[in-house]
Design a binder for this molecule. Structure first.
Ligand code: TRP
Length: 468
C-alpha cells in the first residue's frame, strides 16, 4: 500500500466518508470495484469491438493487423489508460476540470476530449439505432436477409433517424439515474449478459463447416497482402486508431469514470482487467464473425455493412439462424448502449461540475443536441443529404474521420505530453501506486509517456494523412 501521497495517507486514517466532500457526494461514486470495472469495461467494449474490429481487421490483412493492434495496446493503450484513470481519481473532476486544476493552460486538452465525445455520440447513436431496428426486425420476423434490406433501410430518410433518437433517449434515461443507480447498475446487468451471448454465438459460428479458415485469417499473419507502403501505412494507422477508439482513449471517459473512484481502488489491476476484457471481446467478436463469413464464402472486407448486410444472410442460412441473429443484435445493443451511456456521461459531467446544472437537465439538453446533429449523420445515407460531401466523405464518414483520425490521436498525444512533462511522472506514479502498491513498470512507463508514445502518435498521425 502506498502512503507517499498525503491524501492517500489521510484517507486510510480517517476512512472515505470523513474525507468525501459534499461535492463528491453530489457528483456520485461507484459503489464497488466490480461496479467500476464493469462500467469502465462497458464504456470501452462497444460497437468498436463488435462492429468495427472484425471489418477493420478484415480490410487490413487479418493477422498482420492483429500484431500491430496488440503492440499498440501494450505501448500506448496500457500507459494511457492508467494515466487517465490516475488523473481523474487525483482531481475528482470531469475531463476539463482535471486538466484545468493541474495546469490552467492545458484546459483545452480536456475540452478536445469532451468535444470528441460529443461528436462521437452523435453518429455512434445512429448505428445504435440501426442495431435496435434489427432486434425489432428479428422479433417481428421481418426478412432481414432479403436483398437490399439494409440499403433500403438506411436510405430511408425518416426511419433510421427515429431509431437513432429512441436509442439516444434510452441512454439519456440511464444517465439521469446517476453514477451508481444508473450507469453502474445498467453495466452490471448488460455486460454479463453480453459475455454469455457472445460466447454462445462464437460456439455456433465455430461449429459451421470450414470455420477454421476464419480463425486462420484473424490469427495467422499474411504479409503477402501488405505489399506497398500506403497499404502498410494504412495497417499501422488503422491499428492505432482502433486501439484509441476501442479503449476510448484521449477523450476524457477514463478521466471522468476515474473521478468517481475512491482512493483505495487499484489502478494498476483495474487498467489491466479493462484492457484485457476489451481485447477479449474484440477477439471473440472476430471469432464469431469471421469464421461465419468464410464458412459461407462471403468477403471479410465488406466494411461497415459487414454485420448488417453479410451476417443476416449467413444467419438466414444456418439452422436456428433467426434465434442467433436476434441474440447477436441484442448483444451488440448492450455493447453499444454501455458505451453511449459513457459518452453522454463525459459531456453531462462537465455541465454538472462547471455550470451547476442538475444531472437531468444536463443529460437531457446534451442528448437532445447530439440527437439533432446525429439526424444529419443519419440523413447522409439517404438521398436527402448523401450529395453533401466534406473532403470527399459524407457527413457520417467526415464526423468519424474527424474524431478517429484527428481529435482522438491529438488528445492522446497531448495527454502523453501533459502527463510526462507537465503533471510529471512522479505525481502520476504516486497516484497510480496509491491503493495498488509498487508500480513495477514505472521506468518503462516513464520513457513511454515522455518520449515513445508522443513520437509514435505523431508519426502515425502524419502517416494517416499521407496514406489517404
Ligand atoms: N470504445 C467504444 C467502442 O469500442 C467507443 C468509444 C469511443 C467510446 N470513445 C468513447 C465510448 C468514449 C465511451 C466513451 O465502441
Amino acid at each position: 500500500m502506498c502512503y507517499k501521497n498525503s491524501f492517500c495517507r489521510l484517507y486510510f486514517k480517517f476512512g472515505k466518508e470523513d474525507l468525501m466532500s459534499d461535492k463528491t457526494k453530489s457528483r456520485g461514486q461507484f459503489t464497488s470495484s466490480l461496479g467500476f470495472i464493469l462500467a469502465a469495461a462497458g464504456s470501452a467494449i462497444g460497437l468498436g469491438n463488435i462492429w468495427k474490429f472484425p471489418y477493420v481487421a478484415g480490410k487490413n490483412g487479418g493477422g498482420v493487423f492483429l500484431i500491430f493492434y496488440v503492440l499498440f495496446l501494450l505501448i500506448l493503450g496500457l500507459p494511457l489508460i492508467m494515466s487517465e484513470m490516475a488523473l481523474g481519481r487525483k482531481t475528482s473532476l470531469n475531463a476539463i476540470g482535471t486538466f484545468e486544476k493541474i495546469n490552467k493552460k492545458w484546459k483545452f486538452v480536456g475540452f478536445i476530449g469532451v468535444v470528441c465525445s460529443f461528436i462521437i455520440l452523435s453518429y455512434y447513436s445512429v448505428i445504435g439505432g440501426w442495431v435496435t431496428k434489427y432486434i425489432f426486425s428479428y422479433f417481428t420476423n421481418a426478412n432481414v436477409a432479403a436483398p437490399g434490406y439494409f440499403d433500403n433501410f438506411i436510405a430511408n430518410p425518416v426511419e433510421p433517424a427515429v431509431w437513432h433518437v429512441l436509442f439516444m433517449a434510452f441512454c439519456c434515461f440511464v444517465v439521469c439515474f446517476g453514477v451508481a443507480k444508473g450507469i453502474e447498475k445498467a453495466s452490471k446487468i448488460m455486460l454479463p449478459i453480453l459475455f454469455i451471448l457472445i460466447i454462445a454465438v462464437v460456439i455456433r459460428s465455430l461449429l459451421l463447416p470450414n470455420s477454421i479458415k476464419g480463425l486462420e485469417f484473424l490469427f495467422v499473419p499474411n504479409f503477402k497482402e501488405i505489399n506497398s507502403f500506403p497499404k502498410f501505412a494504412n495497417v499501422i494507422t488503422s491499428a492505432m486508431a482502433q486501439v484509441f477508439f476501442s479503449l476510448s482513449l484521449g477523450m476524457g471517459i477514463t478521466i471522468t469514470y476515474g473521478s468517481y473512484l475512491n482512493k483505495n481502488s487499484n489502478i494498476q489491476k483495474d487498467s489491466v482487467v479493462i484492457l484485457g476484457l476489451d481485447t477479449l471481446i474484440a477477439l471473440l467478436a472476430g471469432s464469431a464473425i469471421l469464421p461465419a463469413v468464410f464458412s459461407f464464402g462471403e468477403s471479410p472486407t465488406e466494411g461497415p455493412g459487414l454485420i448488417f448486410n453479410t451476417l443476416p444472410k449467413i444467419f438466414d442460412k444456418m439452422p436456428l439462424g433467426n434465434l442467433f441473429g436476434a441474440l447477436f443484435f441484442i448483444l451488440i445493443f448492450f455493447a453499444a448502449a454501455t458505451s453511449a451511456i459513457a459518452l453522454l456521461e463525459v459531456v453531462t459531467a462537465v455541465f454538472i461540475d462547471n455550470f451547476g446544472w442538475s444531472r437531468t437537465k444536463a443529460a437531457v439538453i446534451m442528448a437532445s443536441l447530439m440527437a439533432a446533429i446525429g439526424v444529419f449523420a443519419s440523413l447522409s445515407f439517404s438521398p436527402v443529404l448523401s450529395g453533401i460531401k466534406i473532403g470527399g466523405k459524407n457527413i457520417f464518414d467526415a464526423l468519424s474521420f474527424l474524431t478517429d483520425n484527428i481529435l482522438m490521436p491529438l488528445a492522446g498525444l497531448l495527454t502523453c505530453i501533459f502527463v510526462g512533462h507537465i503533471w510529471g511522472i512522479d505525481n502520476a506514479s504516486s497516484e497510480i501506486e496509491c491503493g495498488s502498491g509498487k508500480f513495477r513498470i514505472r521506468k518503462i512507463y516513464s520513457v513511454i509517456m515522455k518520449y515513445i508514445a508522443p513520437v509514435l502518435i505523431l508519426i502515425i498521425f502524419i502517416m494517416g494523412f499521407v496514406s489517404i
